[in-house]
Design a protein around this ligand. Structure first.
Ligand code: FAD
Length: 142
């Protein structure tokens, strides 16, 4: 099992319907491929953690790299992992209201996560990198 953590930049501001499109396809594909993780989107920036079997992760990253909705991908970490940091698929977003119709237990408000730095998962690397992602935004207090 392997875990990849990366940052990327949206090519344009994405509206809730476009985020939802990414979310829905990701959930379906990741469940099929045994991949878990987190996708956070705020102010034009993505932070994603994906973890799962090597070959499935390679296939996912090939698709994601080709996706013209974002670019400037920066891999923060790509390492073997002993156990998953996420039990299920999670999506973190800054404002609940942005996805009011789409909210469920797997969509977490980013501000709530920002108020609890280090509580995202038990994995210290993911927590540290996620906290540093949040610190990049003036409206996030970490
Ligand atoms: P298709 O939908 O046939 O895609 C064909 C090609 O077009 C691919 O290159 C695809 O990347 C691109 N594409 C699809 N829709 C659009 C669009 N509206 N605008 C521009 N290009 C488009 N997918 C996952 O399965 N799991 C993930 O965890 C995941 N995370 C993502 C994170 C980010 C930040 C982004 C931007 C996308 C993510 N995706 C994820 C979506 C992924 O890039 C693919 O679109 C998706 O996996 C379907 O790929 P496909 O080639 O099977 O299908």
């Amino acid at each position: 099992m392997r875990r990849i953590i990366y940052l990327s930049a949206a090519r344009k501001a994405l509206d809730p319907a476009e985020i939802d499109e990414i979310l829905q396809i990701s959930r379906a594909n990741n469940a099929r491929d045994g991949i878990t993780g987190l996708l956070a989107y705020h102010d034009g920036c993505f932070f994603q953690t994906v973890e799962g079997p090597d070959s499935k992760l390679d296939a996912l990253m090939t698709r994601v790299r080709r996706d013209s909705r974002h670019g400037n991908m920066l891999i923060l970490s790509d390492k073997p992992a002993i156990q998953p940091a996420f039990d299920g698929w999670h999506m973190a977003l800054v404002q609940k209201s942005e996805l009011a119709g789409l909210m469920d237990d797997s969509i977490l408000p980013l501000k709530a996560l920002a108020a609890q730095p280090g509580k995202l998962t038990e994995d210290t690397t993911v927590n540290a990198l996620f906290t540093s992602f949040l610190r990049g935004f003036r409206d996030m207090v970490v």
